[in-house]
Design a binder for this molecule. Structure first.
Ligand SMILES: NC(=O)c1ccc[n+]([C@@H]2O[C@H](COP(=O)([O-])OP(=O)(O)OC[C@H]3O[C@@H](n4cnc5c(N)ncnc54)[C@H](OP(=O)(O)O)[C@@H]3O)[C@@H](O)[C@H]2O)c1
Length: 268
């Protein structure tokens, strides 16, 4: 029987690349994201390569939808071996321009979305005494990025969730790993929110980010998919993918220096 992976945010970007890679490697894949048409077309592409794929349109910020996702996955494939928590949204805004609704939206998807899938799957992993949970965080969950307080708060929380849960579950045969991408040329600009004092600044920020995504400093979704595959094959606590690895290491050893540098390179 083929192993099964359940991937959230699998309709595009890193989640789609991860689904395609796991399918090529022989996994049955369960795909979750909100927009049904795009999700079904990814599942169809995978099936055309003679692999098994199930698309379950799901909003991960709704615990009932997440419970239904896990039930449907288990009905279809009987067991799940790997969970990849990847669905996320991004926001760049100063604190004064971040509304309570913004905070709720970002925490609901980037943190609660991960907690809901883990809670729904954990009884199954504990029963089978095996399983791997990969939480896709961000280098913004290892290093503070100016004007990204809400996003970094959600991703620092994912780092804490990952590191602490790893301690708890490893003795029970369940691996918990963090994959932290740096800037990656995915489709995230489609959903990313930019807010600043003046509308023209907002447009500039979006354009600047578009240019960074096309530059050689940006990773590709396939790089992150490969990192996810590698940590499933050879479990490790965490991996930082791409150029953010330098900032992460520097921040660990010289936090004041990196904060000073980051403030100057990222602020408007
Ligand atoms: N791209 C980067 O530079 C970068 C850097 C560091 C970390 N990351 C992290 O990497 C992960 C993947 O990002 P990406 O760049 O591949 O993003 P992306 O291209 O925007 O894809 C995001 C995926 O998540 C899904 N999604 C969003 N909200 C959802 C919700 N409420 N419920 C279910 N699915 C939802 C989207 O589909 P629907 O909209 O149809 O739901 C889509 O499939 C995220 O956690 C992100 O924070 C990205």
């Amino acid at each position: 029987m083929a192993p099964t992976v359940l991937i959230t945010g699998a309709s595009q970007g890193m989640g789609k690349a991860t689904a395609q890679l796991f399918a090529q490697k022989g996994y049955d894949v369960v795909l979750a994201a909100r927009e049904a048409d795009r999700l079904h077309s990814v599942a169809q592409e995978i099936r055309e390569q003679s692999c098994q794929a199930l698309a379950v349109p799901t909003d991960v910020s709704d615990s009932q939808q997440v419970n239904a996702l896990v039930e449907k996955a288990l009905d279809a494939y009987t067991r799940i071996d790997v969970l990849v928590n990847n669905a996320g949204i991004c926001m760049t805004a100063p604190m004064a321009k971040t509304t309570q609704q913004d905070w709720q939206d970002i925490i609901n998807v980037n943190l609660w979305g991960y907690i809901y899938t883990i809670q729904a799957l954990l009884p199954h992993f504990l029963e089978q005494k095996s399983g791997t949970i990969v939480n896709v965080g961000s280098f913004g969950g290892k290093v503070p990025l100016p004007n990204m307080t809400a996003y970094c708060t959600s991703k620092y929380a994912v780092t804490g969730l990952t590191e602490t849960l790893r301690l708890e579950l490893e003795p029970q045969g369940i691996q918990v790993c963090g994959v932290h991408p740096s800037v990656t040329n995915s489709d995230f600009l489609e959903r990313a929110v930019f807010r600043s004092e003046a509308t023209s600044d907002t447009e500039n920020q979006r354009q600047q980010m578009g240019e960074i995504l096309k530059s050689p400093v940006a990773s590709q979704p396939q790089d992150v998919a490969q990192a996810v595959w590698d940590v499933v094959q050879h479990p490790q606590a965490e991996v930082v993918v791409g150029t953010g690895a330098i900032a992460t290491t520097a921040h660990r050893f010289a936090p004041s220096l990196t904060q000073w540098l980051l403030q100057r390179s990222f602020s408007n």
